[in-house]
Ligand binder design. Structure first.
Ligand SMILES: [Zn+2]
Length: 337
């Protein structure tokens, strides 16, 4: 699986200029309590922040993963409920501010030697947001604390990551892009982090859809969305129900715990009863389509599939038969979003 730099976000502490004429001891304040229900997004505060993507279309790349989703997903972001998007860049690609604002801080990325993180504050009315950009190989001139930045302004060059996938060494560039909403609290790591998705401008949304459509994670079986929950409970399941074709009536995929990236499956009859169970072997980066093997005690079925949002196309061979080469005879499945 992809190994990404661990995210470190410094907690922001609002500072108020001390009154030198009449110094007083700082007042201890109690932070707001966590709400018992999730606050709907986008926030109801007037003038919701509008974001562009932190990348130009010409800098987008899919050498490794394209874009890794917000929230619970995959092997390395199931436990921490990934607090942002990892955005892949072509090597040398420019990271751009997602909105106008003021640089809050620039600091050495504690998890990646030689790399920098930039945090930009965005104020909408009385509402404070912050965007975070990690793993910068270089920081653009003028990007320093208190500097004003424009939407789309260059803030640095995305740093590279080198790793081995199987036996193949690859190098790609990426930044972790995060949106913090300081009026949004949840009892998870990085409690202010919210998905950027509902904040995208219409232009950014259309670009984002193109990036996401080629992202490796868009075909994950129970977390196929660009914005997933951060506080999923395990075991976690998703059921796909056939809407056309002659494949099984339904398939339920389950992950037993956050640190185990493997899925189990149950083939469901029309009644919803499980008629076959086993384990799943995936090759998400197989081309032109990802592949799926359903491995039961009675045999192994080879499949080819894809997922676009809440729809899956699945071509599944009988045990002992060869893998379907395309989705021409696929059955279609849907799942509630
Ligand atoms: Zn990340």
């Amino acid at each position: 699986m992809l190994k990404r730099p661990a995210l470190v976000v410094l907690l922001s502490v609002a500072t108020i200029a001390a009154c030198t004429d009449n110094p007083t001891a700082p007042t201890v304040t109690t932070p707001p309590p966590f709400p018992t229900v999730n606050v709907p997004l986008p926030t109801t505060v007037p003038g919701v922040l509008g974001l562009r993507m932190p990348i130009d279309a010409s800098d987008a790349a899919t050498t490794a993963f394209g874009l890794a989703p917000f929230g619970y997903h995959g092997a390395d972001h199931a436990a921490d409920g990934h607090p942002g998007w990892d955005v892949e860049y072509r090597i040398g690609g420019i990271v751009r501010s997602a909105a106008a604002g003021t640089v809050q801080s620039v600091f050495a990325d504690p998890s990646v030697p030689g790399r920098s993180t930039v945090q930009i504050e965005h104020v909408v009315g009385t509402h404070f947001y912050r965007t975070v950009y990690t793993n910068l190989a270089t920081v653009s001139p003028g990007i320093a604390a208190d500097a004003a930045v424009l939407a789309g302004q260059s803030i640095g060059v995305a740093g590279t990551v080198s790793q081995t996938v199987g036996t193949t060494p690859i190098t790609y560039a990426m930044t972790h892009f995060q949106l913090d909403d300081f009026e949004y609290y949840r009892n998870v790591p990085n409690p202010n982090a919210v998905t950027p998705e509902p904040f995208l401008t219409p232009e950014a949304r259309s670009f984002f859809e193109r990036v996401w459509s080629t992202a490796v994670s868009s075909t994950e079986l129970i977390e196929p969305y660009a914005s997933n929950p951060r506080d999923l409970r395990f075991p976690a399941s998703r059921t796909w129900t056939r809407v056309s074709g002659d494949g099984p009536a339904g398939i339920r995929f389950t992950r037993s715990d956050a640190r185990n990236p493997n899925y189990e499956y149950a083939v469901l009859a029309e009644s919803g009863t499980a008629v076959e169970t086993g384990t799943v072997t995936l090759a998400l980066t197989a081309r032109p389509f990802p592949t799926i093997d359903l491995v039961a005690a009675t045999g192994r079925r080879l499949g080819t599939y894809d997922i676009v949002s809440n729809q899956m196309r699945l071509s599944l061979a009988n045990a002992g038969s060869s893998r379907p080469v395309d989705l021409g005879a696929a059955s279609y499945y849907r799942t509630p979003q």
